[in-house]
Design a protein around this ligand. Sequence first.
Ligand SMILES: [Zn+2]
Length: 303
Amino acid sequence: MLLPHNPNAFTRSPLDRAGHHRGDRAWLEATLDLPETRLIPFFQHRPFVIEDHGVLGPGWLHGLSRGRIAPPDAPLLFLGLDAQKVAHFAIDIPDAAPLGEVGRFEDLRALGPRLSREDLSILGPAKSIFEWHAKNGYCANCATPTLIVEAGWRRDCPTCKTEHYPRLDPVCIMVPTFGEKVLLGRQKAWPRGMHSALAGFIEPGEAIEEAVARETLEEAGLIVREVRMHSTQPWPFPHSLMIGVLCEVENDQEKIDTTELESGRWFTREEAQLLIAGKHPDAWAPPPFAIAHQLLKTWAEEG
Ligand SMILES: [Zn+2]
């Protein structure tokens, strides 16, 4: 797949991560004080948003305003530089009160469909990193409190010197197909009529294709014959990397594992097109924001 063709939300960030600046404290400090530098606050892993005439967008502040909204030790993250070389930072603030009058903090997942791809691609990594910081304050090797370094992209242990990198969980997400039919699953907790792709974490020692085959067999009792890579999606809830595939299975005799799914249902290609268009009479699929939608869309349009 050509890079500009990734259809997924949270991809194709307009920022250059400019990782060579991460270890340069003097550059970071000086850059934060530039009037054009942009800063997005997060509170309890929720980005700050402002609604202006019904249009919702990230509540970008000036880098200089950080002293007014956060203590000096608030976790700070250098996100990168835009095409005009303007630096973008995120900051995790401990108190929402100083900004209460200006805008609000909202859950990124709920916000997702209302924000542009560009905004999501900038906010996503900040959400993942701040959540990782919040849960990883101590060294996993020796239990000493660790320190944030590399402009927010690493934690170092001052005692045993272990370097801790942000966690990323690879997940395979797949739509099994058999000829002109596609199988979607349903979890009990989902809203009525919702059906989606199968998915599961990839385990150590597994190739992606092997994880796809194992999960498809475990969840639906189907043997995978062929795996076709589709696209991938950073999914910051909290820090997954979704690896989307289409897989052809040996037959349509599914046997759903009801501890994981409530049911499975085969849809024809015509029905898949209706699901994508939101016009199926009694079922619906996730919105374009989710990679499951893109997988189904690709298959539906191939017919
Ligand atoms: Zn340590």
